[in-house]
Design a protein around this ligand. Structure first.
Ligand SMILES: [Zn+2]
Length: 260
């Protein structure tokens, strides 16, 4: 199931995991490390499995906290389990995101031109301020600082929305339903913006009510980018303030639920 899922980055359950796996794999292949995925039954007594498990633990332990720099990877890297890849990747992405946000905070007056060609960035995002564009990409790829993500990586104990108290602070919740951002949501989905630099509400652009529009689709549609960027400009959705501090003070726990 997982192996099938990671072969495509189609929207749907597991998309984030699939995207991450692809990023991770391309990072490794840039370092000439070939990745091979194998399904191993989680049953004791199967020959090789226990050994693979030991190796995976060893590998995960060894590469914790630093990047893999070797040109010729030691053989145990061939056997890193999927859970370990996922955890390691989450750690990497978290560190990267934090670093990026800090950089962007320092140069927030500049436009966001940061290797956009490579990322296939669009012009609306390119023209906007770096900090907003950074949030845009994090929200688009599922690495934004939302309750759901922070819980998954073990930085928070629950997925509660810290603005309205709703049980699950997901991307969907913040863009569509969170009571804190009602006015901004109306503008995003219905009203749009008048004038020369204006845009239509997302419901008009995509000709469907917001309840039947998955956020992945809205983020994928370039005609909706300006509306999304304005929403981010007007709200604190995906912002780091107050959240990272809490994350850094909390004890580091290994979250074992893996809930993707
Ligand atoms: Zn909320």
């Amino acid at each position: 199931m997982t192996l099938r899922r990671i072969q495509s980055d189609e929207p749907g359950p597991g998309q984030v995991l699939a995207l991450r796996t692809m990023i991770w794999e391309s990072e490794l292949s840039r370092k000439d490390i070939q990745v091979e995925y194998r399904w191993v039954p989680a049953h004791k007594g199967i020959e090789g499995n226990e050994k693979a498990d030991q190796q995976a633990t060893k590998a995960a332990y060894k590469c914790r906290g630093k990047r893999i720099e070797t040109q010729n990877p030691p053989s145990y890297l061939n056997y890193v389990s999927f859970a370990h890849i996922n955890r390691r990747l989450t750690e990497l992405k978290w560190e990267e995101s934090k670093k990026k946000i800090q950089e962007m905070g320092r140069e927030s007056k500049h436009s966001y031109r940061y290797d956009l060609a490579k990322r296939g960035g669009n012009s609306a995002v390119m023209g906007s301020r770096k900090s907003i564009a950074a949030r845009f990409y994090q929200l688009k790829t599922g690495h934004a600082l939302l309750g759901k993500y922070l819980r998954r990586i073990g930085k928070r104990r629950d997925m509660k929305c810290w603005w309205c108290g709703h049980e699950y602070q997901t991307r969907d919740h913040l863009f569509k339903w969170c009571k804190r951002w009602k006015r901004e949501q109306k503008r995003l989905w219905v009203d749009g913006q008048e004038g020369e630099e204006g845009y239509e509400g997302v419901e008009k652009v995509l000709k469907k009510p917001k309840i039947s529009l998955p956020m992945s689709l809205v983020f994928a549609e370039e005609k909706c980018s300006q509306a999304l960027l304005d929403f981010l400009y007007l709200t604190d959705v995906g912002r780091i303030s107050g959240v990272v501090e809490e994350a850094e003070n909390s004890d580091h726990e290994e979250s074992s639920d893996g809930g993707v």
